[in-house]
Design a protein around this ligand. Structure first.
Ligand SMILES: Nc1ncnc2c1ncn2[C@@H]1O[C@H](COP(=O)(O)OP(=O)(O)OP(=O)(O)O)[C@@H](O)[C@H]1O
Ligand SMILES: [Mg+2]
Length: 306
């Protein structure tokens, strides 16, 4: 079977007067933790809904495990589970009971006790199995949602902003869970987020989407490499520092931004660059690596926060 287990081709959704998503061409390989990154309103949930067949695309197609979603819906979705936005629970029932109900809906039969407990164990909720869900924190509910999705033993799990609204500890727990699903259970994970930092920490490949359109797709390592070696320099006088840096052999792309001077300098040439600035009688206040993928993301999406 093809290594690409999810492929979308020119996938698009048009609402009344706007395209919520347009020409989305995703390629998710088996084993990926795939990050789908974009600011609010970019079209992430819309794309995920189309992939999970919750809404009908206006254009294009979705292939899952080699099956066309429109032509072979059941086969295409057989090994796929997903959560779009917040999972729903019966708050006055226990986590265990919620799992049984969710299981009977997706599997068509009540999952046995062992399976439910094993799955709760995976998400770190086994000890809380008999507690009512209304006593759960937001992060615990999020993990319970993932446990429900795991009941059908999916090969691909689609999570729409799984860490949204969680505190740093809750985010870390979900991140660790995602990595465990990938490494220990071999599940391909597709997750959306509006936080680059979040995606970067777990994803092997990613796509960036903005205003309904895809901007870039590739391995996280390659994308980072392509945007590497930028540094932020605080030196004065700025004009002198810029001309000095611009004249240096191993420095390129010198630009002045609100934050300071940004230049592309390989780390091994940084000391020479600083020495050059000092020799040119510039005061060097700081030279720090610039998180350039973040800059790229902000530049391409105009998002106010990374
Ligand atoms: N049912 C709908 N009717 C009309 N417009 C919609 C509908 N659903 C989404 N949209 C619009 O489509 C665009 C993309 O929305 P979507 O929910 O896919 O974005 P998102 O990337 O998931 O954003 P967020 O990070 O806020 O969840 C937005 O402009 C939104 O207003
Ligand atoms: Mg959304």
């Amino acid at each position: 079977m093809n290594d690409i287990i999810l492929r979308t081709t020119n996938l698009g959704k048009h609402y009344k007067n706007r395209w919520a998503a347009q020409d989305i061409n995703l390629e998710v390989h088996r084993g990926d933790v795939f990050g789908f990154l974009g600011p609010n309103g970019a079209g992430k949930s819309t794309s995920i809904r189309m992939i999970l067949s919750l809404i009908k695309p206006t254009t294009g197609s979705v292939q899952l495990f080699g099956h066309d979603l429109a032509a072979e819906r059941e086969k295409a979705l057989m090994n796929v589970a997903g959560i779009v936005e917040k999972p729903d629970f019966y708050l006055y029932l226990s986590a265990f009971r919620n799992m049984q109900i969710a299981g009977s809906l997706t599997l068509g039969r009540t999952p046995d006790k062992k399976k439910v407990m094993e799955t709760l164990q995976v998400v770190g909720l086994a000890e809380r199995a008999l507690d009512k869900v209304k006593t759960f924190s937001h992060g615990m509910k999020q993990r319970l949602g993932i446990a429900q999705a795991l009941l059908c033993d999916p090969q691909l799990i689609m999570l729409d902003e799984p860490t949204n609204g969680l505190d740093p500890q809750g985010m870390k727990e979900v991140r660790e869970l995602i990595l465990r699903l990938s490494t220990e259970r071999g599940i391909t994970v597709f997750l959306s987020s509006h936080l680059l930092n979040e995606v970067e920490q777990v994803a092997t490949r990613m796509a960036i989407i903005n205003k309904g359109k895809m901007i870039v797709q590739g391995s996280v390592a390659d994308l980072l490499k392509a945007n590497a070696n930028k540094v932020l320099v605080h030196a004065e006088p700025v004009k002198k520092a810029v001309s000095t840096l611009t004249a240096m052999k191993n420095v390129s792309g010198v630009t002045v931004t609100e934050e300071g001077i940004i230049a592309r300098i390989e780390p091994k040439f940084a000391p020479a660059a600083v020495k050059g600035l000092v020799e040119a009688k510039c005061k060097v206040f700081s030279v720090q690596p610039r998180h350039s993928l973040e800059e790229y993301f902000l530049e391409k999406t105009g998002a106010s926060e990374p």
